[in-house]
Ligand binder design. Structure first.
Ligand code: ASP
Length: 320
């Protein structure tokens, strides 16, 4: 995609994975792998971002993404400020861009932005000074690029490859930025078959997810899959959400141990979280031997370190 890279081709912003070449994705995954830290080990740290200030600007709730961006920046030696919507001047009616210009004047170099409204990270990226980078931490239901990268990294670690695999994404695809970014990452990285599995009301329109195999029946959708990626119902984006009964949904689409047997015996189970146990996934599956959900969380920090290090490397004067 135009607008994310500098004239020399280096990555300046990360707003979407759509259109990023395979080599760029693989470079980010390789870099992230270097930052991966085994459970219990002391996380790697460096001074790569010393003197750089990162602002986390989240106007939608977040636990994992915000904390992992903060830890990633700190482990690279950056200064970090966190702004929540009620703290930012947006609540007082100031426009988002005025807030951005204020923070820029305070020497913020990297904005990490989550917003429910589509277009906000791109708008900020189009208006900041040339040395400033913008990283999307989730844009409406449009994209969540670092989640797409951490999902790809998790699959690559657990399966040894992405090429040739069958991946089933199951649940509320229609409203999911996670599914959209996974689609862009995995198709670029050569997945053999990407299935989107959802009740008809939660499947996206035909103008999206080109090349994916659509299933309205979970049992057919799981058959022979190498990777099963479960999604939460995004009730906050659904107008008639009261009509979606959790118990009915679990009966029809919940991932249980019995259902998981339809996938390959060594299939892995993923979920971006927050998880609704007993709605889209049974607890014993979420905590079971095939679950890669905690790896996803761990990989989130490594991926965000890789992205921060990559955008900082291209800054003039940076020696990263
Ligand atoms: N945490 C993910 C997101 O921000 C998934 C979810 O909320 O269901 O999109």
């Amino acid at each position: 995609m135009t607008g994310q890279t500098r004239a020399d081709g280096s990555l300046r912003h990360l707003l979407t994975l759509e259109g990023l070449p395979r080599t760029a994705l693989e470079r980010l995954l390789d870099r992230a792998q270097e930052f991966v830290c085994a459970p219990g080990a002391r996380p790697p740290s460096s001074r790569l971002l010393a003197g750089v200030t990162v602002a986390n600007l989240f106007t939608e709730p977040s636990t994992r993404t915000r904390v992992s961006f903060e830890l990633a920046a700190k482990r690279l030696g950056a200064d970090v400020v966190n702004l929540e919507v009620q703290l930012s001047s947006r609540a007082k009616g100031e426009s988002m861009l005025d807030t951005i210009f204020t923070l820029e004047a305070l020497h913020v170099d990297v904005f990490v932005i989550r917003d429910a409204e589509a277009g906000v990270p791109g708008l900020v990226a189009a208006n900041v000074a040339p040395h400033v980078s913008v990283l999307s931490a989730g844009e409406g239901s449009v994209s969540h690029p670092t989640q797409g990268l951490l999902d790809a990294l998790t699959i690559r670690q657990r399966k040894g490859r992405i090429e040739g695999l069958t991946v089933a994404i199951v649940g509320d695809i229609r409203h999911s930025r996670v599914a959209r970014s996974a689609y862009h990452a995995l198709t670029t990285l050569g997945v053999a078959q990407l299935r989107i599995v959802a009740p008809p009301a939660l499947l996206p329109g035909d103008d999206e997810f080109h090349g994916c195999v659509r299933h309205a029946d979970i049992d057919a959708g799981l058959r022979g899959a190498d990777v099963v990626m479960m999604l939460r119902i995004q009730r906050e984006r659904i107008q008639d959400e009261a009509q979606l009964d959790s118990a009915d949904y679990f009966r029809a689409f919940g991932l249980t141990t019995a259902r998981l047997r339809r996938a390959k015996p060594d299939a892995i189970v993923m979920h971006p979280q927050p998880m609704n146990r007993g709605v889209e996934i049974a607890s014993d599956v979420a905590d079971g031997p095939q679950s890669a959900i905690r790896d996803q969380v761990r990989n989130g920090v490594a991926v965000r370190m890789a992205v921060l290090a990559t955008v900082a490397r291209g800054r003039s004067g940076a020696d990263a």
